[in-house]
Design a protein around this ligand. Sequence first.
Ligand SMILES: *[C@@H]1O[C@H](CO)[C@@H](O)[C@H](O)[C@H]1NC(C)=O
Ligand SMILES: *[C@@H]1O[C@H](CO)[C@@H](O)[C@H](O)[C@H]1NC(C)=O
Ligand SMILES: *[C@@H]1O[C@H](CO)[C@@H](O)[C@H](O)[C@H]1NC(C)=O
Length: 244
Amino acid sequence: MLSSIGSALLVGISVVAAQTTPTDIVGTWSSKSNKTLTGPKFYDPVNEKLTEPNRPGISYSFSADGFFEEAYYRAVANPNDPKCPAAIMQWQHGSFTKQANGSLTLAPIAVDGRQLYSDPCAYDEAVYTRYNQSEMFQRYEVLTDPYHNIPRLNLYQFDGSPMMPLYLVMSPPEMLPTSTLNPLTTATAGGAKATSKFKRSAEGFTLPMNHKVLGKRHEPIAADRIWWFGVFLTGSGALLYYFF
Ligand SMILES: *[C@@H]1O[C@H](CO)[C@@H](O)[C@H](O)[C@H]1NC(C)=O
Ligand SMILES: *[C@@H]1O[C@H](CO)[C@@H](O)[C@H](O)[C@H]1NC(C)=O
Ligand SMILES: *[C@@H]1O[C@H](CO)[C@@H](O)[C@H](O)[C@H]1NC(C)=O
């Protein structure tokens, strides 16, 4: 009897201890270019607009109360025409937890994420859709970068491979409001109107691809800029890290 209470207590304690909000990771982190950053300059939810940073890169922000935000601006290989790389911008936010085994799990707010895909050789306008991708990092470490003498965050992907190093830009972090920005899900079968200006599409959460429907056109990202970035992407991993 006593031992079963004891083990029940132990289970309870281990559940509590399993998920924590670490403090060492709090702040806004950016890859070396330091131009792609989370916050309102990257994604403007009121005007529904993603703004292309000066340089490609990635950024993560983590708050002390367990919220994250991420901004990605990258070139992607174009399967149709390898000489004409496309560019992608992705933004999402949500909550994060550190698991007992050291892994970091990011749970985005599904209706809020946004993606802008620009393939200037194939489309006149960039393609703007929702983006929702849960993430798991096997582990992370925060250390002082020996060359730059600033805090550095190393994130290891689910398979243990390292991401490009991220450097501390500011703390506390620069983030948009951490609550749901696009309350699309308030629409109910009972007839309540969605408070978002976006309609739910047949696929679920994909935004209309015609930007005129959104009342906001996204011009394609200039092809020469993407090409410039694409050149570096074809280099070695070390080169990629260096130029980021
Ligand atoms: C990165 O840019 C921010 C301003 O956007 C600046 O405050 C910070 O010092 C920069 N960090 C590095 C490492 O250059
Ligand atoms: C760590 O724990 C999480 C949550 O229980 C699990 O999803 C993940 O696979 C674990 N990671 C490793 C490397 O075992
Ligand atoms: C968002 O993505 C997660 C997995 O990454 C999935 O489980 C969830 O159903 C998705 N939500 C929506 C609304 O698409």
